[in-house]
Structures are given as structure tokens and as C-alpha cells.
Design a protein around this ligand. Structure first.
Ligand code: SPD
Length: 325
């Protein structure tokens, strides 16, 4: 018997044999995270990216896109609870309508549906192959969310979808891949796109935005530019930090709102989660919600410095990505 990271007992054994291959993920030119792979479950060159679903040992199965770890069964709750519940609880009233951009593994839609108030979810994912493979090989991630009648799953480019859409949403969750050069998300980390997001929010709306690795050597160019660009468009912008162990580094999520935002107290967050969510969180309670906003001082200092905003002509382009060996 071993204990899984959520604290429950389970009978399955941790990796019994040495990995037969490695996926290396470059964090900086000098820092690489090797993911040992016990078995490749699915591998496919989709229309948009290289996709691998693999058994990575103690963390169960994981999804890699263009060599970057997106999610693992063992620690996905650290990411999905934060990216969904932080904007939903912070805006003050439980959301009714939610837009998910990306999120092809279904973990985000699953968490959105835990809000009893939610009556409609539009999930726009560019890559149908990711949804199909995750439904088949990582079914616990979506846990049936894509079959829920409240969920409308659309296969489209997020920018094109929003340009043609007149609906407004209480919460928009941008569960995107990193802005890797030539990757499908690079054009979504821009001022124009942030304007589009704001146009599709209700007056009390909030967005959460996957904002990349909090990598000390790169904060100055990545998270600082995302922060300053969001600030051009939204009244309140907060940077949150999560640590899901399988990413190997902390990850930044941005929370931006149409109106100025004062964070609810930890007690009010606990009350809201208790009253408004189906089931219990694994990771977030009121104190853990507040901890998301406790970013290191050196990062706050960097955010205070003026940085160039991100435009279509001057995008963030991460070259770091994974290699299978
Ligand atoms: N650097 C990895 C960023 C991962 C962002 N996407 C996660 C997808 C989980 N639904």
C-alpha cells in the first residue's frame, strides 16, 4: 500500500521498473527536467502539435504536448482547482456562464461543473485529437464533463471563435499551452487577445490565464510582460503561483477582472466553497486560496518594473520545449 498525493490510500504499486525512455523538458538552457516514461500509452503528431500520453510512474499517466508536461493524474488538482476556483470565488458571486479556452484534457471543464450555479460552459479547444485521446486514455481528467448537457464543446481557434461570438461570460478560463514559438497558443498571449477576452466578460467578470513557468531567469521577459499587458486591459490584475510537483517549477496564473477586485477573506472563501461546490476540493481552501497570491518579493519587484507590452508583432516566444530520448 502506498499513499497518493491527495492523501488517500491505494493499492497500486509505484513504478516497479526503470523507465524505458525519458522526456526532457528544458526550463532554461542549463536546466532540464527528465520525466521517466514506463510506457507510452498514445503518441500522435496531430494537426497542431506532438502529443504523448505516457505512464510516468508515481504520478500516473501524463499528457505531454510538444514535449511539455501539461498535466498528470497525480497532481492535476493543484492546477485545475486554482485556474477554475480562484477567479470564480474571487469575483464575489458564483458564476453562471463560463468559457474555457484550451483545456482539451477536460480537467478544467470538470472543475467548472462543480459550481452548482453554472448553467452553461463553452469549451473551445483547437485540437480535437487531444480531446479524443484524453477521453480515451485519461478519462478521470474530464470525468464525463464533455458529456454533460451544460457543456458545449467547440473545436476552433480561440481567437477566431471570440471574434464571431457575441456571448458574455462570468468567468473565462484560459487553460492554454505555453507560448512556444510555432505552438498553437503563441498568438493568444497578446494585447489584442486580452481585449477580446474583456469584451466577452460580464461587468463582474473575471479571467484566469495560464501564464507560464515562474522561472527566475525568465520572469523579466515572460510573466512581467504578461502582467503589464493584462494591466492595459483590466482594472485589476493579480499574479498567482501554484506548485504542481510534476511541472518541476512553480507556475504562474494571472487573475484579471473588469472591475477593481478586493480578495475575499479566507473565511468567506471557505463558506463559498462549502455552499457552492459539489464535492470537496483536494487542494484549495480559504488559506490555500490566499497563499496563491503570496508570490516571492523578487517577483513582485520585477512586476513593478515597466516592461514592453506583448503585441501581435512582438510576441513572447519560448523556444524551450521537450525532447524524447
Ligand atoms: N508549462 C506547462 C503549462 C501547462 C499548461 N496547460 C495545462 C493543461 C491542463 N489542463
Amino acid at each position: 500500500m502506498n499513499k497518493d498525493i491527495n492523501g488517500s490510500r491505494k493499492d497500486s504499486k509505484v513504478a516497479v521498473s526503470a523507465p524505458f525512455m525519458w522526456i526532457s523538458e528544458t526550463h532554461t538552457p542549463n536546466d532540464v527536467y527528465y520525466h521517466g516514461v514506463n510506457r507510452v500509452i498514445h503518441s500522435e503528431r496531430t494537426q497542431y502539435q506532438q502529443m504523448v500520453i505516457a505512464d510516468v510512474g508515481a504520478y500516473g499517466r501524463a499528457l505531454f504536448l510538444d514535449g511539455c508536461l501539461q498535466t498528470s493524474e497525480g497532481d492535476e488538482a493543484f492546477y485545475h482547482e486554482a485556474i477554475v476556483h480562484a477567479p470564480s470565488v474571487a469575483r464575489g458571486s458564483p458564476p453562471t456562464s463560463v468559457l474555457v479556452l484550451g483545456g482539451g484534457d477536460g480537467g478544467t471543464a470538470r472543475e467548472v461543473l462543480r459550481w452548482k450555479s453554472v448553467t452553461s460552459v463553452v469549451n473551445v479547444e483547437i485540437d480535437r485529437a487531444v480531446v479524443d485521446a484524453c477521453r480515451q486514455h485519461l478519462p478521470a481528467l474530464s470525468a464525463g464533463a464533455f458529456d454533460d448537457p451544460r457543456v458545449h464543446l467547440v473545436f476552433d481557434d480561440a481567437k477566431r471563435y471570440l471574434q464571431d461570438c457575441s456571448q458574455r461570460f462570468d468567468v473565462i478560463v484560459c487553460d492554454l499551452t505555453d507560448p512556444i514559438e510555432y505552438g498553437p497558443s503563441a498568438a493568444l498571449f497578446t494585447l489584442d487577445f486580452f481585449h477580446l477576452l474583456r469584451e466577452h466578460l460580464t461587468p463582474t467578470g473575471a479571467i484566469s490565464f495560464q501564464s507560464g513557468t515562474l522561472s527566475l531567469p525568465e520572469n523579466d521577459v515572460n510573466i512581467a510582460r504578461i502582467y503589464h499587458t493584462l494591466q492595459q486591459v483590466f482594472d485589476s490584475v493579480h499574479i498567482m503561483q501554484i506548485f504542481a510537483p510534476k511541472y518541476g517549477t512553480p507556475l504562474a496564473l494571472s487573475l484579471a477582472t473588469v472591475q477593481p477586485l478586493s480578495l475575499p477573506s479566507a473565511e468567506d472563501v471557505d463558506i463559498s466553497f462549502r455552499n457552492n461546490l459539489h464535492g470537496e476540493n483536494h487542494v484549495l481552501d480559504g488559506r490555500a486560496f490566499h497563499a496563491l497570491f503570496a508570490i516571492p518579493k523578487c517577483v513582485s519587484d520585477i512586476l513593478r518594473r515597466d516592461r514592453p507590452i506583448i503585441t501581435d508583432q512582438d510576441q513572447i516566444k519560448l523556444s524551450g520545449h521537450g525532447i524524447m530520448q
